[in-house]
Write a protein that binds this ligand. Structure first.
Ligand SMILES: Cc1cc2nc3c(=O)[nH]c(=O)nc-3n(C[C@H](O)[C@H](O)[C@H](O)COP(=O)(O)OP(=O)(O)OC[C@H]3O[C@@H](n4cnc5c(N)ncnc54)[C@H](O)[C@@H]3O)c2cc1C
Ligand code: FES
Length: 336
């Protein structure tokens, strides 16, 4: 594959393959690029293109406004270099990847239904590609032009096992391909790891994880990582999980299997709707409202990790801002 040189204004230069994006190649080179979703939606990865030409993978990406376009700003996660380029971007030391992302193949080893529309997929890759609890991978699925993003549900134990929990989206091209056209034994191309909502073992606080719907995987990964982490010995871990109805709930069995369940690790399931044929005596309402009630006045006492559909992620974010939780204690992925 041909490569181009990308020079950062006032800083270093790195090589970017013509089938790669400016963001991903920058992270592969160990540079602390700003980013979040990697799919053109959040706008965090904007850079100014000072010189050179790029191909934009998603011209209508919601992460870029007309004003940005007029100012020659591009989304580095959606930009392939056509020529050598010069860009302006403010790198962040805290974004330097612990594991540099790489492209590799993984074989689907097994799958297991967790609910009527949520399935766990276990892939096996060559050992050697690590990840942190709470990070995500890009999936190149057969027949699809652009990758789909899925968070790891397990922790990296060096064995090359990559586990995901995916909710089938009605009419969704990616999820229906994964559920119906990728039988066990199939190899897919993965690009990983990405994501900044990973477990912070050095944060001296108890943990609150909030997940909704398809957002179970990263909160499970965080919980699984936290119970193994010596630095977090004795810290409490509270997993709040919101589902629409009781039959959409999952995750309890996986948490129950972890050491310390019921002693320092707790599951708080919440449903927003309990129809007559699905009796439910637990918490009802929105998951963030339930978390708010439970937290009471102790807002600064926790490290917060959350993931799920944008309306849920935005509601949690608003709540934490309103409660003045210091920004460094908050880590999240919005599942655009
Ligand atoms: C950081 C992150 C982590 C995620 N983790 C999980 C997870 O663990 N489990 C889970 O179930 N879901 C997760 N998601 C959501 C997931 O990536 C998909 O959006 C979802 O599965 C629906 O995909 P679909 O292809 O079925 O639906 P579609 O409606 O076909 O596509 C959904 C999304 O794919 C992208 N997309 C579609 N077409 C294009 C295009 N032409 N160019 C560029 N992008 C396009 C858009 O972002 C769109 O919103 C995550 C999302 C993000 C951003
Ligand atoms: S990281 Fe590029 S738009 Fe979100």
């Amino acid at each position: 594959m041909e490569e181009r040189e990308v020079r950062i204004e006032g800083g270093e230069a790195y090589r970017c393959a013509t089938d790669d994006t400016l963001l991903r190649a920058g992270l592969r080179a160990g540079l602390g690029f700003p980013y979040e979703c990697n799919s053109g939606s959040c706008g965090t990865c904007k850079v100014e293109l000072l010189e050179g030409q790029v191909i934009t993978l998603r011209p209508d990406a919601p992460g870029l406004t007309d004003r940005d376009r007029a100012k020659n700003r591009i989304l580095s996660c959606q930009a392939r270099p056509e020529t050598d380029c010069r860009i302006k971007v403010r790198l962040r030391e805290e974004n330097v990847p612990a594991y540099r992302p790489a492209r590799f193949r993984a074989r689907l080893e097994g799958e297991r239904d967790l609910t009527h529309d949520i399935r766990e997929f276990t892939f096996r890759a060559e050992p050697g590609h690590g990840f942190l609890p709470g990070q995500y991978a890009l999936f190149y699925l057969p027949g699809l032009a652009v990758p789909r993003t899925y968070s790891m549900a397990n922790v990296d134990d060096g064995s090359g096992r990559w586990q995901f929990i995916v909710r089938r989206v009605p009419g969704g091209t990616g999820t229906n391909t994964l559920f119906d056209k990728v039988p066990p034994g199939t190899e897919v191309a993965i690009d990983a790891p990405y994501g900044l909502a990973y477990l912070r073992p050095d944060a001296p606080r108890d943990i609150v994880c909030i997940g909704g719907g398809s957002g179970l995987a990263p909160v499970l990964s965080i919980a699984r990582g936290a119970v193994r982490e010596r630095k977090l010995d004795g810290r409490e871990i509270h997993v709040f999980y919101g589902a629409r109805t009781p039959r959409d709930l999952c995750g309890e069995a996986e948490l129950r299997a972890l050491p310390g369940y019921g002693e320092r690790l707790f599951f708080h399931p919440v449903v927003s709707d309990a129809p007559a044929d699905q009796p439910w005596s637990g918490a009802k309402g929105f998951v963030h409202d339930h978390a708010r009630e439970w937290i009471g006045e102790r807002w600064n006492a926790f490290e917060y990790y959350f993931a799920g559909p944008p309306p849920m992620a935005e509601a949690v974010q608003r709540m934490l801002i309103e409660k003045r939780v210091p920004y460094p204690q908050v880590h999240f992925d919005s599942f655009y």
